[in-house]
Every structure is written in C-alpha cells, then in structure tokens.
Design a protein around this ligand. Structure first.
Ligand code: PXL
Length: 269
C-alpha cells in the first residue's frame, strides 16, 4: 500500500489538519502516517483554545521512523507550531525524500489578509523557505502574497494571481495551486506551472470554512500519489469540497466547525 507522511496538527474541533487528512487519505486507499506538530483542543479560529506544541516529538519520530526504514510515496506538511519545528520538518524532509517521493507543502500561515494568531514573521520566513523544497505548494491568496512579497490587495484577478504564482516556480517546485479564490458563489483553484495557468472552478456557497484547505491538500496529494495528473486531482478535490460545503451551508453552522466532508468520502474511494 502507498504511504503518505502527514506533518500537521490534530485539533479536537474544527475538522481540519489531521482530522481531515486521516479520513481523506485512508478513503483513497493510501496509508496515512501522521506526525503531529501540535495537539489542540480546537483550531485557533475559535475564541479560546488549548495548544500543546509537539516540537519535542519531532527528532524522536525521525529516529524511530528511520529504524523502521520507512519509505513514503509522499510527504504532506501543514500547520506548524514553532519556528524551531519548521527547521525540524526540513530535517524530516531531507531524511525521507527519495527520488520517488512527492513533497506537497501547504504553506499554512494566514487567511483573509491576516497571519494566524499563533504565527509570527520568523515562522512565516521559515515556511517560505520550506516551501522552496516542495514539488507542489497549495497557498491561499494571502499566503501567496506573503511568499511573493506582494500586497494581497493587488492580486485582484486570475491573470495577475497566475503570473505572481509563476514567479515562485524554480528548482523542485513545479506546481503552485492557489486555492479558494472566491467570486460570489464560485471558488477557483488556480493550477500554475511554468507553461500553463489552469483555473478549476466549483460552486461554493457561503463564506470560508475551517479545514477546506486541509481537505484540498490531502485530496490533491492522495490523488497524485494514486496516479492522477495535478489538474484531475484538483478537480476531484474541488468537487468533493463543493459538495461538503453545500451540505454545511444548508445547516447554517459556525464556520469554525468545518464542513460535512464525512458524508462525501465515498467520492474518493
Ligand atoms: O486549516 C488551517 C489550520 C490548521 N490547524 C490549526 C488552525 C488552522 C487555521 O486556523 O488553527 C490549528
């Protein structure tokens, strides 16, 4: 069975990070090997939360997984808890990247023009450096602006966004997917390579919901590991999230509680 190492937090509420990655990747018939960056009572968008930083676990996991001679078809990274931890994630990637290993980095840092409350400038710099080692990255628009050093408000249409994302492509990084670009009741995931800019658009009701970025990166990574091309994997992820969001919108629940993806995991089997 194929294996994906997922380096991300586990949050008790919010249907994000590992609570999204584990079911999605498992439904796709791939083993998901989690390395938790932090354990939270609930994700950080809620007014109050408890966060236990797991930076101290990283070296031990690397050592133990080396003893197991672990081989991963992909490594997927997401939410980080400290600047020091991001360095350790780089060590993990160096230790486990083989010629046939795909590295997908979701450069989780910010949304809606603001960095997350638990992030700071040093962490953002380190996430940007980590992303340069990836093959595919999945920033939202705010994260793209941080990575390119541009003003978020100037990235005002798909053409400008595509040209901006293209500037990041070099070395191992061959594809930038700018996720969750909203236009009324539609959302576009923009797939950008050196040669092409391809918009993949879905109906998407309501505002933004917790965890949709994690559902996207997990489905995308699983799809590519299973042999889909990046655009087909993006389409699968967009269709899956669109259904889950429509279901959730009809229930009128809090955005922090995430989306009803559980009912649509069958689309991924
Ligand atoms: O989905 C991104 C994310 C992941 N993990 C935690 C978060 C967030 C976004 O707020 O708070 C803990």
């Amino acid at each position: 069975m194929k294996k994906i190492a997922v380096i991300n937090d586990i949050s008790g509420f919010g249907r994000c990070s590992l609570t999204a990655a584990l079911p999605v990747i498992s439904a796709m018939g791939i083993e998901c090997n989690p390395l938790p960056t932090a354990v939270l009572s609930n994700q950080t968008g809620y007014e109050s939360f408890l966060c236990h930083d797991c930076t101290d676990l990283m070296d031990g996991f690397i050592d133990e997984w080396k003893k197991l001679d672990a081989h991963f078809d992909a490594i997927l990274t997401g939410y980080c808890a400290s600047a020091e931890q991001i360095e350790k994630i780089r060590h993990f990637v160096t230790a486990f990247m083989k010629e046939d290993t795909l590295f997908v980095c979701d450069p989780v840092m910010a949304d809606d023009g603001k960095i997350y409350s638990t992030y700071n400038d040093e962490m953002c710099k380190k996430v940007c450096a980590l992303a340069k080692h990836a093959n595919i990255i999945t920033p939202n628009l705010t994260e793209l602006a941080i990575m390119t050093g541009e003003d978020y408000t100037t990235l005002s249409n798909l053409d400008i966004i595509g040209q901006s994302a293209k500037k990041l492509i070099s070395g191992p990084l061959h594809t930038v997917i700018v996720t969750g670009l909203r236009d009324g009741d539609h959302a576009t995931n923009l797939v950008v390579t050196k040669d092409e800019i391809t918009p993949v658009t879905n109906v998407m009701y309501g505002g933004s919901y917790s965890g949709t970025g994690d559902l996207f990166s997990s489905t995308l990574c699983g799809g590519v590991v299973k042999g889909l091309d990046v655009i087909s994997a993006t389409r699968l992820a967009g269709d899956f999230i669109s259904k889950a969001v429509a279901d959730t919108y009809a229930e009128n629940t809090d955005r922090n509680d995430g989306v009803n993806f559980q009912k649509y995991l069958g689309m991924l089997i």
